[in-house]
Design a binder for this molecule. Structure first.
Ligand SMILES: NC(=O)c1ccc[n+]([C@@H]2O[C@H](COP(=O)([O-])OP(=O)(O)OC[C@H]3O[C@@H](n4cnc5c(N)ncnc54)[C@H](OP(=O)(O)O)[C@@H]3O)[C@@H](O)[C@H]2O)c1
Length: 293
């Protein structure tokens, strides 16, 4: 297959590139090559004429989206429409990367693909609109991921992610306070990329897929586990989200369950194992760590 990855130098895009190029002709497009919100710029996709277009591009700084909902809609929704329209024209499969934030968090147990979305902020509303526009192309996969950590870090967060932020704070000897009343599914981009490749290679039915590592936790529990695996006795102070007031509404519980993938025999490992693999890949681990220990 000929596969195009939009946002190829992003956190997820980097791992998609290394996973797909193993056995597919894989072309990476960065923001310099394509502006998804500009229809003319998207004609590059017509010229390449791939079989699959994976769109990871997003304006996903959540507070910035709240300040600038027009831009959020341009990139996350109109951008998705531009990609879906051209995919339809050239008979390509569209893969749109979406988010756990499409849910409102009132369920209190992991959301499955059949749960109704109810986004709470401009970012999430624009991503849900992007999901709907993606459906303009019947040959689509909408892949909802969550709380990503990957070796290159998120470009939208200045090339970092939660794991790196925690390690950097510890190195600076800063007091570390982390919310213990917000639950999510930490997900390693390498594992998400492998699952996405399997969805496509196995020609699973088109539609929505939740692609997250199994298990879930609070951000505080995630931080504790990072230091535990690194063998550091770093103090982490659990706090309520009220300690970090924000104008942006966010779901307090956005853990996902990859129910459809499980049905097709694609099981993502537990987030603690994925974290271990990430820390090892980044060279932080002195010795291999196992869940059973
Ligand atoms: N990170 C998370 O925790 C998380 C959680 C849930 C869902 N997601 C979704 O997962 C996807 C990937 O996240 P990520 O962490 O890998 O993001 P990332 O590191 O910020 O990568 C996004 C990529 O898209 C490019 N891009 C941004 N705006 C674009 C535009 N208008 N046209 C073309 N390219 C554009 C960026 O390039 P520049 O940096 O050069 O602009 C970058 O290469 C996003 O769709 C996001 O909504 C992420």
């Amino acid at each position: 297959m000929k596969v195009v990855i939009i946002g190829a130098n992003g956190q997820l895009g980097y791992d998609l590139m290394r996973i797909f190029r193993v056995n597919h002709e894989t072309i990476g497009l960065t923001h310099q090559d394509i502006e998804v919100s500009d229809r003319d710029s998207c004609t590059i996709l017509r010229d390449i004429k791939p079989d699959v277009i994976i769109n990871t591009a997003a304006f996903h700084n959540v507070p910035a989206c709240e300040e600038n909902p027009e831009k959020a809609f341009l990139v996350n929704a109109i951008g998705a429409k531009n990609v879906a329209d051209i995919s339809l024209e050239i008979n390509a499969i569209t893969v749109y990367i979406s988010t756990d934030y499409v849910f409102d968090g009132t369920k209190k147990e992991p959301y499955t693909e059949s749960d109704p979305p109810n986004p709470l902020n401009a970012y999430a509303i624009s991503k849900l609109a992007g999901e709907y526009f993606t459906k303009y192309n019947p040959k689509h996969y909408i892949v909802r991921v969550a709380s990503l950590f990957g070796v290159v870090g998120s470009r939208a967060k200045g090339g970092t992610n939660f794991v790196e932020t925690m390690i950097a704070k510890a190195r600076r000897n800063e007091e570390i306070k982390v919310v213990n009343d917000v639950w999510m599914s930490p997900t390693y981009t390498y594992d998400a990329a492998r699952a996405i490749r399997k969805i496509i290679e196995k020609c699973l039915p088109y539609g929505i897929y939740h692609v997250v590592n199994s298990g879930y936790c609070t951000w505080y529990e995630f931080a504790k586990e990072i230091f535990n695996q690194l063998g550091l006795s770093q103090q982490v102070i659990p706090v309520s989200s009220e300690e970090f007031p924000s104008k942006v509404r966010r779901p307090k519980f956005s853990a996902l369950k990859s129910e459809k993938l499980e049905k097709y025999g694609i099981i993502l490992r537990h987030w603690k194992e994925a974290l271990n693999a990430y820390l090892a890949e980044k060279g932080y681990m002195k010795k291999e760590w196992r869940l059973s220990k």
